[in-house]
Design a protein around this ligand. Structure first.
Ligand code: C2E
Ligand code: MG
Ligand code: MG
Length: 744
């Protein structure tokens, strides 16, 4: 059985007992008691008293007038009357409270009502048992009896009613009876004590005072009551107001707290979002940083990364001196791979090389792509430069193996320069410069790998200085043209000139073309310089052609590989012809066979366009490079110039003439005219004449000369061959000439 049911049973028990005693009192009440006074008391108990109850502020104490009324009723009308009055008063009280809005559970109201009946009965029973001998007929009661009676009644009634209430409460809430009584009921003892006090005063007034003093006392009581009630009401109202404002304050605080909580939640959300944003930002920052330091194509570290790493190594230089090495790698002719096979293949070659380098090297080494076809490597902590050289050679060997990509067999070639990082290096750029110098040296030597030395740096710096000077050479009028006559070997007639560039440096005097032409080619300066040469020479020739009997003169201009490989040559030549108004057929362009073969398809196209302009084309230095006969056949050359080395190799008696003979046969088969260069001796001249060589140039006839000297000769000289040679030598004069072999 649950606590609620037990409580119900208890309530019902109290109701039944209280009801029984109420009925018992009702039936046993003496008839003479029912009087006007008693009715008056009943009216007071049923109507006035419930409305007079005062609650003391700041406490649970109630000043009720029901107890005084019950005790007074007891003294004047006996126990039964008091039980009836107590019951009615409690019922009236409950109904009055109900009318003010207090709610009662089903059994609570009858329980309260009959608990009053029961506790009053018990109080009187206790009183009867203890001092029942006191007679009410001997009125008025002595003060001692009155206090004793009231004390017993008040105590007994308080105990019985509070114990019943506490039992009910503790049953309902399953709490300890003692704790419940202490907490819930003890405070009501004051109500009983005050009630007993008031009852004593009323009893004394009613039993012994005269009308006047009773009226005065009653008036004082009414006045005090009204004043007190008003004060209490005001205090209660003030308290209510204060409570209300406290409540409002609390409500405002609560709202504020709720809002603060809301804000905290929102703030947390914001913080969470911010954290996410920060994370995303960090990620994109990382990605940005990565792409700033990496090459997008090969995914290798880039120049910036390498520079940073070198800077770091320089900072800790004392420890790294001669332990770290830097390699500079440059692919040869990578442009041709791009131009002929397309950029996709070009990109794949670069990616392949990057991967290859990473595979060959150790994890602690750094491989970077500097851009284009240039790579750089930092080799960490090696024992010696020889070790670094070995690694470079290994890389060179691996990367010069033919590579097959999308059915193309690609031949990659590269040069590697190696430098140690030493205490002299103050900036990363200086390290890269030294490795680059070594790489250039390797390229020049054709060795593939070269180690940096301080001498190389000197040569390189001189070269850079020369390059800078060359840039301003035209403006400073340091460049001029020399012309070397080209003679028909049969008639000794001047057929034209080879235009040869001269540089009279303001500090160093004449600089050899062998020194400055490669610098001009490397730096790209050769193109503007050649354009200047074309304008100079065509103009010069136009003037010479105006001289008597010289309208047939031609001029041969050397064209560099860079110019042929570019796109502007045809246009540049055409421009020079238009400006000078020179007949195109009297302009000849010379280029070496290896230059023409480098990108044969492009060369064929350009040379054909030049042919369409009407100019003549000549292969220079023939025999020194590798020529594909197949291509040679397709290139629209008019003349072929036998390299000086073949001519100078023939001695006085015509030894070593076989190659000359072979070249002559080849030229004839290709239906080209042949010029021999570097004729220095009469024997060479005779030999060439006997081999049927058409033209020749060489110191024997004339060195390259400046314009004024050429002009002196133009007017006077009729036969340019040496006097002794001016009688033609027949081909039979060469006795030791072997069978002429003809190339097919
Ligand atoms: P190249 O085109 O084969 O010019 C012929 C070179 O042989 C010239 O040297 C000339 O002076 C030299 N030579 C001619 N006959 C003899 C001889 O009998 N004995 C000796 N020992 N040498 C002789 P140079 O003027 O020093 O030019 C050297 C090279 O420089 C030229 O070879 C050419 O490749 C280049 N070069 C000269 N001028 C120019 C130019 O204007 N443009 C271009 N692109 N290259 C030029
Ligand atoms: Mg030449
Ligand atoms: Mg030559």
């Amino acid at each position: 059985m649950n606590s609620k049911n037990i409580s119900h049973i208890f309530k019902i028990a109290v109701i039944l007992c209280g009801g029984f005693y109420f009925l018992f009192a009702l039936f046993n009440i003496k008839a003479d008691i029912i009087s006007l006074n008693f009715l008056l008391l009943l009216i007071l108990a049923g109507y006035v008293v419930p409305r007079m109850t005062l609650k003391l502020p700041h406490s649970n104490f109630f000043v009720s007038f029901s107890e005084p009324l019950i005790f007074v009723t007891f003294f004047f009308f006996g126990g039964e009357a008091a039980i009836i009055l107590a019951t009615l008063e409690m019922a009236a009280n409950c109904f009055y409270l109900k009318s003010t809005g207090v709610t009662f559970k089903v059994l609570t109201l009858p329980f309260n009502v009959f608990n009053a009946a029961l506790s009053t009965t018990l109080a009187f029973t206790v009183w009867s048992l203890l001092i029942g001998s006191i007679s009410f007929s001997q009125q008025p009661l002595s003060t001692r009896d009155l206090i004793l009676s009231l004390g017993i009644l008040a105590l007994a009634q308080f105990l019985s009613s509070s114990i019943f209430a506490a039992i009910n409460h503790s049953l309902l809430h399953q709490a300890s009876l003692w704790q419940t009584w202490k907490r819930e009921c003890f405070s009501s003892s004051m109500t009983q004590i005050i009630g007993a006090g008031i009852a004593g005063i009323i009893y004394k007034l009613l039993s012994s005072a005269d009308l006047l003093s009773t009226t005065v006392a009653f008036s004082v009581f009414v006045f005090a009551y009204i004043y007190y009630r008003q004060s209490i009401n005001e205090i209660n109202a003030a308290m209510k107001k204060a409570e209300q404002s406290e409540r409002e304050k609390a409500a405002v605080e609560r709202v504020r707290a709720e809002q603060a909580e809301k804000h905290i939640v929102e703030l947390n959300k914001l913080l969470e979002n911010e954290e996410k944003i920060n994370e995303a930002l960090q990620k994109s920052r990382d990605a940005l940083e990565y792409s700033a330091y990496h090459d997008f194509l090969t995914d290798l570290p880039n120049r910036l990364y390498l520079i940073e790493r070198l800077r770091l190594l320089i900072e800790i230089q004392i420890d790294i001196s001669h332990k770290y090495y830097v390699m500079f790698l440059d692919l040869n002719h990578f442009k041709y791979i791009n131009d002929s096979l397309g950029h996709t293949i070009g990109d794949r070659v670069l990616i392949f090389i990057g991967k290859c380098l990473v595979r060959i090297l150790r994890e602690e080494d750094t491989v970077a792509r500097l851009g284009g076809d240039e790579f750089a490597i930092i080799l960490n902590d090696l024992d010696s430069i020889e070790e670094a050289e070995q690694i470079a050679k290994k890389i060179h060997e691996k990367l010069t193996r033919p590579l097959r990509l999308q059915n193309h067999l690609i031949f990659t070639d590269l040069n590697i320069g190696v430098t140690p990082i030493d205490a002299e290096h103050k900036k990363p750029e200086q390290i890269l410069r030294d490795a680059n110098i070594a790489m250039h040296h390797a390229k020049q030597k054709g060795s593939g790998v070269a180690i940096f030395t301080k001498e190389l740096r000197g040569i390189y710096l001189d070269k850079i200085k020369l390059q800078t000077d060359l840039r301003f050479a035209i403006e400073r009028k340091e460049l001029s043209m020399h012309y070397q006559p080209i003679i028909s070997l049969k008639e000794g007639e001047l057929i034209g000139f080879e235009a040869l560039l001269r540089w009279n440096h303001s500090e160093h005097g004449f600089v050899s073309p062998a020194k400055f032409i490669p610098i001009a080619e490397e730096s790209g300066l050769i193109i503007p310089i050649t354009n200047w040469i074309l304008r100079q020479t065509t103009k010069q020739l136009t003037n010479w052609q105006k001289l008597p009997n010289l309208a047939h003169l031609i001029v041969s201009v050397n064209i560099s590989g860079k110019h042929l490989a570019g796109k502007s040559l045809v246009n540049d030549v055409n421009k020079a012809l238009l400006i000078s108004k020179l007949s195109p057929s009297t302009l000849k362009l010379e280029m070496t066979e290896s230059v023409a073969m480098e990108n044969a398809e492009h060369s064929i196209e350009t040379l054909n366009q030049l042919k369409q302009l009407g100019v003549q084309l000549s292969i220079d230095d023939f025999g020194t490079g590798y020529s594909s006969l197949n291509y040679l056949h397709r290139l629209p050359f008019d003349t072929l110039k036998i390299d000086r080395s073949f001519v100078s190799a023939t001695g006085e008696t015509g030894e070593n003439a076989e190659i000359l003979q072979t070249v002559m046969s080849l030229a004839m088969n290709l239906k080209m005219r042949v010029i021999a260069e570097g004729i220095e001796t009469e024997a060479q001249l005779s030999l060439l004449q006997n081999l049927g060589c058409h033209y020749g140039q060489g110191y024997l006839m004339s060195k390259p000369l400046p314009v004024n000297e050429i002009e002196k000769l133009l007017g006077t000289k009729r036969n340019w061959l040496p006097v002794s040679n001016q009688t033609f030598i027949t081909p039979t004069a060469i006795s030791n000439t072997k069978n002429l072999q003809v190339f097919n």
